[in-house]
Design a protein around this ligand. Structure first.
Ligand code: THU
Length: 140
């Protein structure tokens, strides 16, 4: 799976966006550790706060299909400038990726820039932080 294919998957997913409120369509695709690719779109809601971003839709599909690690991701919106994942998505992406995993961020014209999880969410709170807290509790 190369980045072009991941980008194409994200563009295809954007077509399925359910975005009647914002009119802003987003598509995402992830390459998972099980050899499969999953894509997703944003899914809005009349109760706006219940909206699901494209990135989390794609990740939910991957994890609920048995994947446990994400190797790379692409995301694309409807804007002339590149979009990058929102803050909530950055936290969710960080749970399942290595810090150096590439996140390809695209413009509506199909220009994708390589970012990394570390760039998008420096000093992330990770599963390792919980593990080290458990260790210090056990040690008194
Ligand atoms: N959105 C995403 O799907 N991903 C992002 O990274 C940014 C925002 C969606 C949420 C909402 O449906 C619309 O874009 C406008 O915020």
């Amino acid at each position: 799976m190369d980045s072009d294919m991941l980008a194409r998957e994200a563009v295809a997913a954007r077509e399925l966006a359910y975005a009647p409120y914002s009119g802003f369509r987003v598509g995402a695709a992830v390459q998972a550790d099980n050899g499969k690719t999953y894509n997703g779109c944003n899914i809005e809601n009349a109760s706006y706060g219940a909206t699901l971003c494209a990135e989390r839709t794609a990740i939910a599909k991957a994890i609920s299909d048995g994947a446990r690690h994400i190797l790379a991701m692409a995301v694309v919106g409807d804007s002339a400038t590149e979009i990058t994942p929102c803050g909530i998505c950055r936290q969710v992406i960080s749970e399942f990726t290595d810090p150096e995993a590439p996140i390809w961020c695209g413009t509506r014209d199909g220009l994708f820039t390589r970012r990394t999880v570390r760039e998008l969410l420096p000093f992330a709170f990770t599963p390792a932080d919980l593990a080290s807290a458990a260790g210090s509790r056990e040690n008194g």
